[in-house]
Design a protein around this ligand. Sequence first.
Ligand code: ACO
Ligand code: LMR
Length: 271
Amino acid sequence: PKIRRGKEFICTISDDRGDEATYAGYPISSLATPETGFGIGDVIALLWFKKRYPKWATDYIETVLKTVADHGPAVSGAHNAKVTARAGKDMVSSLVSGLLTIGPRFGGAIDDAARYFKYANDNTMSASEFLDYMKKEGKTISGIGHRVKSVRNPDLRVSGLKKYAKAHFPQTSLLEFALEVEAITTSKKDNLILNVDGTIGVLMVDMWRSLGYAEHEIDNFIEAGTLNALFVLGRSIGFIGHILDEKRLGMPMYRHPTDDILYNVALADEI
Ligand code: ACO
Ligand code: LMR
């Protein structure tokens, strides 16, 4: 009898063995040529979720990517990318150095925002019960708060995403819940708004629910880090721009001014 050799790898998203490689069964030429009308949102739906999504959903994904592409040079990731480029490092190293700052405080709070808001919603908590729960757990609420944006200085990216969802999503129930939470947190402190990470996270859950995914499938997407990946992908566009800017400007190596550092070094005791 023929014995099949065990395979080292399994691939369920693309196939390069024919004349033309396919993404979830679709030949690249059927997606990549402008006349076909497919956008990058369709490519993401195929390669990340192995599905064709309706236009309102792929447009939402593209809106997210465009919305997070950059937020200026001062934020953690762009700053790191710029400093690395100015240390003479190459494009990939500078990009990666920027990407490595994406995490729980900066840009990478999307999965946790979706996870906790969804958890509260699944367990029919009210907004104030959710806040009590997070406090008891000793957890910062992912998706809430911003260093510079506030009720008085609203984040127009958030307004844009909400406006898109209200106009095009079949339902936005998790967004509504997150806005109830925001109403309480902003009443305590002006900058505790539903931020861009939080908005993207809850709206992705609303998108998946509207597309008919089961709750455990949505939980699996979140556990896999799918939502932070949207920020990684989008913000790479901006980081690359900042790195090219540094190369173009031929800026010298960066050294932080010592007058901006509090040196507070005591003489070490002998053990
Ligand atoms: N949940 C609960 N309390 C909060 C939160 C939050 N999400 N954010 C701030 N606070 C509280 C702090 O505990 C602190 O309280 P205290 O004054 O009683 O000590 C106060 O608000 C100020 O906190 P800071 O950390 O100084 O606030 P800052 O403005 O520096 O923080 C940050 C901004 C880092 C975004 C913060 O709000 C946070 O960690 N949020 C959660 C993570 C998150 O969503 N990050 C994504 C931001 S959007 C983006 O990066 C694209
Ligand atoms: C961002 O998109 O980088 C931000 O929301 C963070 C910031 O402080 O501007």
